[in-house]
Design a protein around this ligand. Sequence first.
Ligand code: ZN
Length: 200
Amino acid sequence: MYEIIAQESNESKTGKRFLGTRSCCRFCGNDDQSAFGGQTNAHTFPEALGNKVLFSLDECKSCNNKFSVYEDSLCKAVGPFLTLGGVKGKKRVRQTGRSNGDSFIRHSDQDGRDIQVKSTGPTDNIFGSVPGTNIIQLRMPVEGDKFIPLYAYKALAKIAISLLPVGELHRFKGVLNSLQREAIAPVRGILRVGFSCAGP
Ligand SMILES: [Zn+2]
């Protein structure tokens, strides 16, 4: 099975925490001091996934810009969960689907956890009860935002690389190389992702 070699909490109660040092970018090897941004420039996990506390000092500005493309796809891939879970990104809880499209899920800005769903067709198709029970049933016929699966995968690979002990990085040259160029896959064949989440 698998052995966990690195793990970091995204828990906001811990306050800001910083990984690595601004002496050498762990992704591209740049050791020019001017290549690095401020302490909170590079989020280890995307801010849109709710990370306000964990930052990578050893991720240069250039790599950070490149990776934002991958992170956008990852956030779109899990967009409905972020919306329904009320995960706050940079400014607010993200909306899934376009306001002027056929369907969306969004949080109301006024009333905290007030979730709004828009869909075409009768409302009964969205909201009802399971016959013979006291269970309320919601159907969410909301299309997620389009995203590029390869990029979403690479965003996850980037997070994993961010957490690795520096001494392990040489084993992941293929992944590191793929992060520098958008079209390159980290490994050959099917890219598999196991995903789980839990909250208080
Ligand atoms: Zn870099």
